[in-house]
Design a protein around this ligand. Sequence first.
Ligand code: F6R
Length: 249
Amino acid sequence: MTKAHIHILKDANEVSVKAADMIQEVVEQNERPVLGLATGSTPLGMYRELIDRYQAGEIDFSAVRTFNLDEYYGLAPDHPQSYYQFMMKSFFEHVNVPLEQIHIPHGKPTDVQAYCQQYDAWIEKAGGIDLQILGIGVNGHIGFNEPADELQPFTHLVRLKEETIEANARFFERREDVPQYAITMGIRNILQAKKIILLAIGEDKAAAVAGMLNAGITTRLPATFLQLHDHVHVLVDEAAASKLVSTSR
Ligand code: F6R
C-alpha cells in the first residue's frame, strides 16, 4: 500500500500536459522556484508543452533555478550525448531560465568527490528543491540510483547497470560508446524535495511502476524509497499502469 497520489492518464500526451500543469503551479506559486529535472525520453513531451506555454506567453521561467539529477561521467558539457546538451536542446535553449540559474552535474570534474559535495551544497544554498521530476528505469532506478545492496544518500559517482547501458544505447552510435559511470543525486537528495512527480510512459515501465508502489522498500528497487515521501505524484499512462493491482488505482 502506498500514500502516493496515482494519476492514470490516457496516453503520453496527457501525462505531459498534467506534468506541465504541476510545474506551472510551482513556478507561479514560488517567488524563486527550484526545480529538479530529469533527462530521458519520458519528460520530452513535458518539456515541449512547457516550451509551447512559454512561447505563448503563459509562463515565465526567469526566477526559476534548476538542478538536474544526473550526467554521464566522462562526457564534457559540449559532448553531443551529454545530458548537458540534451537539456539545452530539449528545453533550456527555448525558454528563459538564465544560464547561471541552471545546474547540471559536470561529467568531467577534476575531483569527483569534492564536486559531488559542491553540487549538494548548491542545492542546499538554493533552499532545497520545490518540485523534483523523475522518470523510472526499467530496473526501478531513479536518477541513476541503480539497484544495489546499498544506496547512497548524496550526489555520487555510480557504475551503471548493464540494463541501463542497454536501455540508453539508443542515444549512442555504438553500445560501446555508452559511458559506464554517471554522477547522480542520491536518494536523500531526491527525498528532500518538497514535492515529487514521477512520470512513466509505456508498457516496458509497467513492472517497475507496480513494484515501486506494491513492494516493500528495498534497495533492489530504488523507486520504492519514494514510499517514504508524503508528497509524491505518480503520473502514468495506461500502458505503464497495466500491472497495477486494482486496489492501488
Ligand atoms: C534521467 C534519469 C533516469 C531516467 C530513466 C528513464 O535523468 O535520471 O532515471 O529518468 O532512466 O529514462 P527514459 O525516460 O528514457 O525511459
